[in-house]
Design a protein around this ligand. Structure first.
Ligand code: KIV
Ligand code: NA
Length: 264
C-alpha cells in the first residue's frame, strides 16, 4: 500500500471516499492499525486518559507526546501520522514552532493537531506558513474541559452552532489541512463538511463528515468505565484485533458507522 499523503486527503473528500482514522500510542498497535488499511493514525493526547489513567488530557506533556509519536512511527508503513500538540504547548508562536518541530523531527509526525480557533488561528497560520500541516479540532475540545465544566455535546443551540460554522471557515482560511469535529450534532457537522474545502473527520459528529476517528481502546471495548455513546465495540463477536480494525474500516467506508444511535 502506498503512503497516504496530505494532498490525498483532499482527493478523498472530492471523490467522497471516507477517510478512516484511529488513535494509537505504541508501535505494535500502530502496525495492526496500518495493516488494517487505516488512512490516518492519530497519536492523541487521549493518551493521558487511556494510557496514563488520568481524568483529563491536561497532564500530558510534550515529552510524552514525542515519545509515543516516535514509537507509533516505527510501527507504520503507509498511514499518515498525526500527533496532538498537548495542552499549552502551542500557547505562543514560539512554543508552537518548538513543539511542532519536536513532534515532526524526533516524533516523525507528518501533521500536528491543535484545539480551538480564536487566538489559535494565528498559530495555525504561523505553522502552516512554515509548511507544517495542521489538523484543527473544534466542538468538544477536551483541553477546554475546565472552561466547559465537563464533557458535553457542543453546538446544540443556534448561537454556538453558528460560532462553530464560523470557526470552521476560519481555521480553513488560516491554513489548516484537516478538521476534527468532536461531539457536535450530525446536521451541523454535515453543513460544515459541505461548506469548507478541507476534509472533516468526525467523532460523535454523525456520518456525513469526510472521515471518522475513534480512540483505539474505545473501538476495542477495553476503555474502563462506560462506553461513550459515539463509539462501538468492534471486537465484540470477532476473534482478533485485526478483524475488529478491518470491521471498523469497512463500516466507515460503507457508511454503516456511525449509525444514528452513535450520533447527536
Ligand atoms: O486525543 C484524541 O484521541 C483526539 C481524538 C479523539 C480526535 O483528539
Ligand atoms: Na486530542
Amino acid at each position: 500500500r502506498a503512503a497516504v499523503t496530505v494532498p490525498q486527503l483532499y482527493a478523498r473528500k472530492q471523490a467522497r471516499e471516507k477517510i478512516v482514522s484511529v488513535t494509537a500510542y505504541d508501535a505494535s498497535f500502530a502496525a495492526q492499525v496500518d495493516a488494517a488499511g487505516v488512512d490516518v493514525v492519530l497519536v492523541g493526547d487521549s493518551l493521558g486518559m487511556v494510557v496514563q489513567g488520568e481524568s483529563s488530557t491536561l497532564p500530558v506533556t510534550l515529552d510524552h507526546m514525542v515519545y509515543h509519536t516516535a514509537a507509533v512511527s516505527r510501527g507504520l508503513t503507509s498511514a499518515l501520522l498525526v500527533a496532538d500538540l498537548p495542552f499549552m504547548s502551542y500557547a505562543s508562536r514560539e512554543r508552537a514552532f518548538e513543539s511542532a518541530g519536536r513532534l515532526m523531527g524526533e516524533g516523525r509526525a507528518a501533521m500536528v493537531k491543535l484545539e480551538g480557533a480564536g487566538w489559535a488561528l494565528d498559530i495555525i497560520q504561523a505553522l502552516s506558513e512554515r509548511d507544517v500541516p495542521v489538523c484543527a479540532h473544534l466542538g468538544l475540545t477536551p483541553q477546554s474541559v475546565h472552561k466547559f465544566g465537563g464533557y458535553r455535546v457542543q453546538g446544540r443551540d443556534d448561537e454556538r452552532a453558528e460560532e462553530l460554522v464560523r470557526e470552521s471557515h476560519l481555521v480553513a482560511e488560516a491554513g489548516a489541512d484537516l478538521l476534527v469535529l468532536e461531539c457536535v450534532p450530525a446536521a451541523l457537522a454535515e453543513r460544515i463538511t459541505r461548506e469548507i474545502a478541507i476534509p472533516t473527520i468526525g467523532i460523535g459528529a454523525g456520518v456525513h463528515c469526510d472521515g471518522q476517528v475513534l480512540v483505539l481502546y474505545d473501538l476495542l471495548g477495553i476503555t474502563p468505565g462506560k462506553r461513550p455513546r459515539f463509539s462501538r465495540d468492534f471486537l465484540a463477536g470477532r476473534d482478533s484485533i485485526a478483524a475488529a480494525l478491518r470491521a471498523y474500516a469497512d463500516a466507515v467506508r460503507n457508511g454503516e458507522f456511525p449509525a444514528p444511535e452513535h450520533s447527536f
